[in-house]
Design a protein around this ligand. Structure first.
Ligand code: NOJ
Length: 554
């Protein structure tokens, strides 16, 4: 295998202002008609990313896996699941992406393996006290018979975070920790063998030519040594609050040593290979610690994703994010959607201030689709004018809403079962995306098959209905990405401008950006030239509610 060389065109710090497009392999494009997206399907459609104007791709997991958590349960970190193709298909994808000038980031899942990983099978077979068990977090249970879990930690997906195993002699035995599904045992990062293994996994993909890694649950690898109990059941997983003690399972200081080590591995390779933290950590200053100069390059800005649709909330989160990353000399990232959250075209259609819902289904209050899309477009134009790097999630360029009437029997997110059906989970944002209005599975694949059912309304969002149509969401994204690149907005600096209470306005280089969150229309500044808008101006040439404009002002 000869490694694929990165695109020649990109300068050293390509990632600082890159627009990175997330592909969720299950749902992007299906080449063989089995209803499951795959790597050859992605390769065949990489042109779409170029036409859109993205700089890079992040691929969610495609590794061998029982798919207990849609591939975030990895059984072999160095191969491709037959569901998605073969390793040779990955190499072909990478080569084609590089040929097209696109960088490729793969997902790394170091907090846990799958319970189908050979290490876990060995741990079960070897028994208590063995070196094999020491790769995971096994403990004896509490109580006289050890039949109570070692502590009261909860799983992110609902239920307890410990599962008891049956020992080789058939008796109930030790418990293992899984912060997520029972099929995702947490690895023990105090064990040097685990650290060595992941260094080697990094090298495996770097040697093939990948441009970086999105690091899953980057804030979870190290646990407080005493596994101290945690009695905040109403917020079992967040670790996000700025008040009170920090949860013993999240954002422990020890994680940073791991990323300093990985950074050295990456820096040993030519080109700028990057690490991106998926870390649900607040406040922004704690998150910024992950992107200090000798650690990761980027961290997803989830505080931004969760901010309310109001001028004060958006002002506050943008200001805080920029200040926190400036303090460590890193650029900021921006993101509005991904495979774990309600798509922003639907989220923003909920009443302002609604906490981020954990899925929506039949019978739940439904967001307002018109307001949602209008605000989503305004939010996107606001985001794409900010300095730093932006992440897009497949389908958002089509204005795709969440599938909110998915039949419950088709749900696959483990959250749905593990919460006893209290949370619908994330399937609604993972539905295969529509390419062609009048084709089977809306052009997702050659047949009608689709691993999650697509809603009837998908045709109107299909790419072929939007391409070349002025005012369509797709053309709005394309124009925004072209202007963003031409005007170097990602590499710019933000200066806030005076504006009325319900309006947000800033300057970035030559561009003045204005978002109207209020009811009353806002006139354009004198002599302003309209460069781009998320929706039409009113009859008097003013900016209506929930519209963002990009202007050139005298
Ligand atoms: C974060 C991933 O984005 C999510 O999809 C997954 O379920 C958890 N980490 C566990 O790996």
């Amino acid at each position: 295998m000869s490694p694929s060389a990165p695109p020649a065109t990109a300068p050293g710090t390509w990632w600082q202002d890159a627009v990175i497009y997330q592909i969720y392999p299950r749902s992007f494009a299906d080449s063989d008609g089995d209803g499951m997206g795959d790597l050859p399907g992605i390769t065949a459609r990489l042109d779409h990313l170029v036409e859109l104007g993205a700089d890079a791709v992040w691929l969610s997991p495609f590794y061998p896996s029982p798919q207990a958590d849609a591939g975030y349960d990895v059984a072999d970190y160095r191969d491709v699941d037959p569901l998605f193709g073969r390793l040779a298909d990955f190499d072909a994808l990478l080569a084609r992406a590089h040929e097209l000038g696109l960088r490729v980031i793969v997902d790394l899942v170091p907090n846990h393996s799958s319970s189908a990983h050979p290490w876990f099978a060995a741990a079960l077979a070897a028994g208590p006290g063995s070196p094999e068990r020491a790769r995971y977090v096994f403990r004896d249970g509490r109580g006289p018979d050890g039949d109570e879990p070692p502590n009261g930690w909860r799983s992110v997906f609902g239920g307890g975070a410990w599962t008891r195993v049956t020992e080789a002699d058939g008796r109930p035995g030790q418990w293992y920790l899984h912060l997520f599904d029972a099929g995702q045992p947490d690895l023990n990062w105090d064990n040097p063998e685990v650290r060595a293994e992941f260094r080697d996994i990094l090298r495996f993909w770097l040697d093939r030519g990948v441009d970086g890694f999105r690091v899953d649950v980057a804030h979870g690898l190290v646990k407080q040594a005493d596994l101290a109990d945690w009695h905040y059941p109403e917020e079992p997983v967040s670790g996000e609050g700025t008040e009170g003690p920090r949860p013993p399972m999240w954002d422990q200081d020890g994680v940073h040593e791991i990323y300093r080590d990985w950074r050295q591995v990456l820096d040993g390779y030519p080109g700028e290979r990057i690490l991106v933290a998926e870390a649900w950590v607040q406040p922004a200053e704690r998150l910024a610690a992950y992107v200090r100069p000798d650690e990761m390059h980027q961290a997803f800005n989830f505080e931004y994703l969760e901010a309310a649709w109001s001028a004060p909330a958006q002002y506050a989160v943008i200001t805080r994010s920029l200040a926190a990353t400036d303090a460590v000399g890193a650029p900021t990232t921006w993101v509005l959607s991904n495979h774990d959250v309600l798509r922003h075209a639907s989220r923003l259609g909920l009443p302002v201030g609604t906490p981020r819902p954990r899925g929506i289904g039949i019978g739940d209050p439904q967001p307002d689709a018109v307001i949602g899309l209008r605000r989503a477009r305004a939010a996107t134009l606001l985001m794409l004018a900010l300095p730093g790097s932006a992440y897009l999630y497949q389908g958002e360029e089509l204005g795709l809403p969440e599938h909110m009437t998915l039949p419950d029997e088709s749900r696959q997110d483990p959250t749905w079962q593990r919460t006893g059906h209290a949370e619908r989970g994330r399937d609604g944002c993972r539905v295969p995306i529509p390419w062609q209005a009048d084709a089977p599975s809306y052009g997702f694949g050659p047949t009608d098959a689709s691993w999650l059912p697509q809603p009837e309304l998908w045709a109107e969002y299909a790419l072929d209905r939007q391409r070349g149509v002025p005012g369509s969401t797709y053309e709005m994204y394309r124009t925004a990405l072209r202007l963003r690149r031409d005007l170097r907005l990602g590499a710019g600096t933000l200066f806030w401008l005076e504006s009325p209470d319900e309006v947000l306005s800033f300057r970035n280089g030559e561009v003045t950006v204005l978002t109207n969150f209020g009811e009353a229309p806002v006139p354009l500044p004198d002599g302003a030239e309209l460069l781009h808008a998320s929706g039409p101006l009113d009859g008097d040439g003013r900016v209506p509610t929930d519209v963002t404009v990009w202007l050139r002002t005298p």
